[in-house]
Structure formats: structure tokens, C-alpha cells
Ligand binder design. Sequence first.
Ligand SMILES: NC(=O)c1ccc[n+]([C@@H]2O[C@H](COP(=O)([O-])OP(=O)(O)OC[C@H]3O[C@@H](n4cnc5c(N)ncnc54)[C@H](OP(=O)(O)O)[C@@H]3O)[C@@H](O)[C@H]2O)c1
Length: 297
Amino acid sequence: MIGILGAGSLGRLWGASLPAGSAGYLARPGQPLRDNLSYRFRPFNGPESTVRTPFLRAIDEPELILVTTKAGDTLDAIAGIVDRLPESTPILLFQNGLGSQQAVAGQWPERPILAASTTEGANRPQPDLLVHAGTGDTWVGPMTEPARPCLQGAVALLQASGLAIHPEQNILRRLWQKLIINAGINPYTAILDCPNGGILNAPLYQDTIEDLCQELSVLMEAAGQDRESPAALRQKIEGVALSTAGNTSSMRADVLQGRRTEIDFINGYLMKLGNDLGIETPVNQMLTERVQQLSAH
Ligand SMILES: NC(=O)c1ccc[n+]([C@@H]2O[C@H](COP(=O)([O-])OP(=O)(O)OC[C@H]3O[C@@H](n4cnc5c(N)ncnc54)[C@H](OP(=O)(O)O)[C@@H]3O)[C@@H](O)[C@H]2O)c1
């Protein structure tokens, strides 16, 4: 059985995609125990159906835990359930950005902690409706040494979902690549309140993107990643902004719905990294502060 911690959009996508009977949700400590969670599932292709996924009981021993909370909730969410898990149970983190993965790995270095980078897209336009809005790929890799021998087994368990899952020994590299794209698109869409493609002609974007890419390029290299030129990073950011021009980013959606954003784990992470390494990051700082002002932090 696979345990899912965080029954939001991504957690429900896993609940709906894994074979019936192979996954269950982990309740928060103190949460009244329910038998199951029932919701409508609209797949990327095909007809809508109703999904009923059980909650795991205290005696159940899941063989893998998927953590699908927001980055800012992840450490507390895991702390709430970790004592009931054997030390050998792999824990797979699905958070966007960076910072929460290292915090979890640093807190439990003796446990098999894995991280995923996924381009699947899921959202909940209504509380009881889960929409699989976009199909993509999911890469899974180790964050701690004890996770290395667990990688293939975790990937095989997830492949039963029919989603595209791949092992990735260098998961930090994948996470950095996604971080760069998110850092160059998400805060602008939230500040400008526009879809991804709408940022490209905005003065705020045009006036700051060159300096932002310069910061990103220096930070990547200082963090031990392969150096990429500011121009190459800008090209990648703009390629994604164009290919997803009509999409609303998760950061803009969070602001519109009055929810806390993940800015602290995207441009905020880069700003803190710069502070630690003595690298100036005025554009990341400006974007972080402006997004923080838009939502409760
Ligand atoms: N959705 C996607 O398509 C997608 C794609 C790629 C990556 N991601 C990443 O995946 C993560 C989750 O995203 P999401 O869109 O699924 O967010 P979400 O819809 O907000 O889901 C997060 C869920 O975690 C629950 N939660 C918070 N604290 C908890 C705790 N202590 N114990 C148990 N559950 C807890 C929340 O419950 P409450 O609402 O009751 O607080 C919520 O149901 C984010 O880091 C996101 O960036 C998402």
C-alpha cells in the first residue's frame, strides 16, 4: 500500500491514478478518522468518474509515502506522522522549488528520502472535483544515502499508475532546471495578474529579466550546478512562457484564491542562497517581496 500525505490536487491525482486498493491517505494527527475520501475525477482523456480512496488505519504499514503538501507545510506534515513509520519506509517529496527537500533530508538523514520533479498538472476548480489538466513526466531521485537502494522500487510502484515515471540519480539538477523556469515566470504572473504568456511584453518583465537571468546564472554555478549563460536561461524561460502562454501559474492561482504562495521556495530560496554565498540578488529580492505583499505570509 502507498500512503499519500496531503489530499490536495496532486495527492488526489495520485489517489485517482494508482490502481484501486493500492493507495490510501494519511490523516493529520488528531484528525477524526474517516473511511475514505470520495471525489469526482476528470482525467486528461476519457470520461469523468468517481474515485473513492481509503484513509490508512494506524495498523497499516505503507511501503512508500508520497508527500503532496505545499512546500511550506511539508516539514510539519512529515513530523506529524514520521514516528509511526518504520525507519526503512521511503518518503517521496513532490514539492516545487527548492529548500523544503533539503530541510527534510537534513532533519531525517538516516531515512530514505526521495524527491520528485513532475510536469503533471492537476487542479480542483470545485472542492469535490479533481481535474488532470496536463500530462507530463515525473522524475524521482534520492535526497539521502539510504534512499539510493529504494529508488527502483519506488519508481516501479508508481509506474502502476500509468503515468510516466523515470528514475533520476541527479534529482537536484532536475529541481534546479524547474526552479529556473518557475523563478522567471511565476512571480511575474502573480504580480501582473496575467497568464504565463502575458508577462513577455510587460515593462516589469522587460526591465528586469536580463538582470534576473544574470543572478540565476551566477547562483547556479555557485551552487555546484553546470553553468548556463544568462542568455540561455532567458531563452528557456521565454520558450516555456510561450508554450504555456494561456496557462495560469500556481503562484497566480494561489494569490487569486487568497492562499499562501510558494515564493519562499522559489525566488525566496534564491535570495537566501545569495545571502549565504555573498552574491547580490536584488531582482530575486524585489520579486519575493512583491509577491509576499500580495498574499498572507
Ligand atoms: N498541482 C499540481 O499540478 C502540481 C504539479 C507539480 C508540483 N506540485 C507541487 O506539489 C505540492 C502540492 O501541490 P497541490 O497543488 O497539490 O497543493 P494543494 O492542492 O494545496 O494540496 C496540499 C494539501 O496538503 C494538505 N496538508 C497541509 N498540511 C497537511 C498536514 N500537516 N497533513 C496532511 N495534509 C496536509 C492541504 O490540506 P488543507 O488544504 O486542508 O490545508 C492540502 O489538501 C506543491 O509543492 C506544488 O508546487 C503540484
